[in-house]
Design a protein around this ligand. Structure first.
Ligand code: KIV
Ligand code: NA
Length: 256
């Protein structure tokens, strides 16, 4: 069995070649993506993408564990990182550790991701010192959508820069940068030693991530304008289902 990509291997890719990442919530999709990505993120975007929630705030630790375990079972090679959902880490470093340890031990994932910059630095250091690898997430923070009034591009360059430095100094192994001006993520990628993984943050990050359903055209909800569509899965499934329904109604399936 091929060995899984490790977090130190991902860190060493900075400056070598771009890091490739996609989201996965299920064993079947994880299996399809496994050969092609450096790491799979079990994102709390699952609340919106596969549970039809209006935002990510109602996703629970139990949901992350169920889907995280499925993604680990469905993959062999990729490093698997699982998002910590809203309310599972913000109260204190101790709360974050308890939930992170549960997520890691019950899924077999390599590490967790949490949202936030300077305000989460103490928590990130607490986790990392105790054996929990942390992928940070700065810029647009979907778990803050109610506070800032939606999913909006973040333009406060000095704050985002300070957040990125804070999570790097706290020991995060890499950081997601979501929806910033390309100039900001370029500066961050130059200034911090850990890999930056961009989503809607321009081409100068050390790696890229997208929500898989968005890039394969399976998303039913809003798809951000920075997403490139590499397939038309929604249209393909629609045609398949129409053909099946017609065949059954016309008694063409099953065949005699
Ligand atoms: O939940 C998610 O899918 C994410 C990524 C898009 C970065 O946080
Ligand atoms: Na997320």
């Amino acid at each position: 069995m091929a060995k899984r990509t490790t977090i130190p291997q991902i860190m060493r890719l900075k400056g070598q070649r771009p890091i490739v990442s996609l989201t996965a919530y299920t064993a079947s999709l994880a299996n399809l993506l496994d050969e092609h990505v450096d790491f799979l993120l079990v994102g709390d975007s699952m609340g919106m993408v596969i549970y039809g929630m209006p935002n990510t705030l109602s996703v629970t630790v139990e949901m992350m564990i169920a889907h995280g375990a499925a993604v680990v079972r469905g993959s062999k090679k990729a490093c698997v990182i699982v998002d910590m959902p809203f309310g599972s880490y913000q109260a204190s470093p101790a709360q974050a550790f308890e939930n992170a340890a549960r997520i890691m031990s019950e899924t077999g994932c390599a590490g967790i991701k949490l949202e936030g910059g300077q305000e989460m630095a103490e928590t990130i250091a607490f986790l990392v010192e105790r054996g929990v690898p942390v992928l940070a997430h700065v810029g647009l923070l979907p778990q803050h959508a109610n506070r800032v009034g939606g999913f909006l591009t973040q333009r406060d360059e000095e704050k985002i820069l300070a957040d990125a430095h804070a999570v790097a100094d706290a020991g995060a192994f890499a950081t997601v940068i979501e929806c910033t001006e390309p100039e900001i993520s370029r500066r961050i990628s130059e200034e911090i030693a850990i890999p930056t993984i961009g989503i809607g943050a321009g081409s100068d990050c050390d790696g890229q991530i997208l929500v898989t359903e968005d890039m394969i055209g399976q998303g039913t909800g809003y798809v951000p304008s920075f997403v490139k569509r590499y397939a038309q899965v929604h249209e393909d499934i629609t045609k398949a289902v129409q053909n099946y329904a017609n065949d059954v109604r016309n008694r063409d399936f099953p065949s005699k």
